[in-house]
Design a protein around this ligand. Structure first.
Ligand code: NAP
Ligand code: MG
Length: 405
């Protein structure tokens, strides 16, 4: 390696797996160079969460990071770890710093069939992680506000009279039984939509997959239409030529039409989703492919920084069993793939083909182990291989290492 990876260690069972992956699958094969940040809760507490911000800045500086799952503290965790503050989600801190789009793709292998049998290739969800209802403002028109007239008001120096008003609904205009209800105000920004479009198009080129995008612009003629128009502008200005060269396409249609096409498809494309659509559809796609423990996740910033992680959390219940000295059978595949994704990206950026080859080999050895019938409990419950065998957490990693040798 010529440039180090930014390594973000984490919590609980995934922290145990993290150390074992390095010991058994990485250090015997690669002269691993990392800049290490410990995002475990104890260190976040010791540094007042400064370590998270330093790690995010380091990913920006070096370009590629790999992150272990971390606890997002709640009241129970505050007591458990004796925290002096309810620190924010590390992923939230890192996303805010990198201004990224999150891509999630399932890892598929023989013996585990998706619930939709035509899905022979993975479907990658690209979720816009900014705005809409996640930054919305809501109002309940209860009896105290019954009959209110509700308007959208924009105030700006350039507007005649200093403001523009649009009627949303006059709750007092009709009979009294329609005088109460709910209203919601949401927004997005042109800059965020354009950066989302760029992240999706760059990722489509990187992975040589078609890009699909859907919104409801027939109904939402201004809001959803704006997403459609900005995607088209970005595509025409910066990407059409490169897409044609790569032999891939950008495809827009209505969101309901996209959903129908996704179900009928064979997979193998990137599905760009508005914030809410991505929230809902990524859980649907992950479950339909089999298991959350087989889902990779990568955050891509518009400036070209990458952060790889597993989509699942710290697998708390398994950790408590591990601490009691009981055997666990925790799936390490998504965490292994976080490392291989990061190593391959580092290899591409630094032109180290042997590093990319190693990432390919480690992924192939992991899949080959499962396809040989050796798997952790979560996959054992799903697999229809005849000669399947359930192994504990560390044995699975040792079996992958045997495949590598
Ligand atoms: P979780 O850790 O993903 O686990 C939920 C359940 O899914 C587990 O109890 C386990 O089921 C199953 N599971 C998940 N990953 C698995 C794996 N690798 N192998 C086998 N089974 C697996 O989610 P959570 O329990 O909601 O959250 C635990 C902690 O993780 C929380 O403190 C949360 O803040 C944090 N979290 C972090 C991230 C992140 O850093 N990206 C994401 C999500 C959650 P069984 O127990 O039934 O076997
Ligand atoms: Mg969700």
């Amino acid at each position: 390696m010529s440039t180090p990876l930014v390594e973000l260690d984490g919590d609980e069972m995934t922290r145990i797996i993290w150390a074992w992956i390095k010991e058994l699958l990485l250090e015997p094969f690669v002269q691993l160079e990392t800049v290490y940040f410990d995002l475990g809760l104890a260190e976040r507490e010791r540094t007042g969460d400064a370590v998270t911000k330093e790690a995010a800045a380091a990913i920006k500086r070096y370009g590629v990071g790999v992150k272990c799952a971390t606890i997002t503290p709640n009241a129970e965790r505050m007591a458990e770890y004796g925290l002096s503050a309810l620190y924010p989600s590390p992923n939230g801190t890192i996303r805010a710093e990198l201004d990224g789009t999150v891509f999630r793709a399932p890892i598929t292998c023989a013996g585990i069939t998706p619930y939709i049998p035509s899905w022979t290739k993975p479907i990658t969800i690209a979720r816009h992680a900014f705005g809409d209802i996640y930054k919305g403002t809501e109002l309940l028109l209860d009896d105290a506000l019954a009959g209110a007239k509700v308007e959208l008001v924009a105030t700006a120096a350039g507007v005649a009279g200093g403001e523009q008003r649009l009627l949303i609904r006059d709750f007092g205009a009709e009979e009294s039984d329609t005088s109460t209800g709910i209203v919601q105000g949401i927004f997005n920004t042109d800059a965020s939509i354009a950066s989302f479009a760029r992240a999706c198009m760059t990722y489509a080129l990187d992975t040589r997959q078609d890009l699909w995008f859907g919104a409801k612009d027939t109904i939402s003629k201004t809001y959803d239409r704006r997403f459609r128009d900005i995607f088209e502008q970005v595509f025409e200005a910066d990407y059409r030529g490169r897409f044609e060269q790569a032999g891939i396409t950008y495809f827009y249609t209505l969101i309901d039409d996209i959903v129908a096409r996704v179900v009928r498809s064979e997979g193998g494309f990137i599905w760009a989703c508005r914030n809410y659509d991505g929230d809902v559809m990524s859980d649907m796609v992950a479950t339909a492919f089999g298991s959350l423990a087989m889902m990779t996740s990568v955050l891509v910033s518009p400036q070209g920084a990458y952060e790889y992680e597993a989509a699942h959390g710290t697998v708390q219940r398994h950790f408590y069993r591990h601490m009691k000295g009981e055997a666990t059978s925790t799936n390490s595949v998504a965490t292994i793939f976080a490392w291989t994704g990061a190593l391959r990206k580092r290899g591409e950026l630094d032109q180290l083909p042997r590093l990319c080859d190693f990432a390919d080999l480690l992924e192939a050895a992991t899949i080959a182990t499962i396809e040989a019938g050796i798997m952790t409990g979560d996959l054992y419950a799903l697999s229809h291989l005849e000669h399947k065998r359930q192994v504990d957490t560390r044995t699975f990693l040792e079996e992958v290492a045997t495949q590598l040798f």
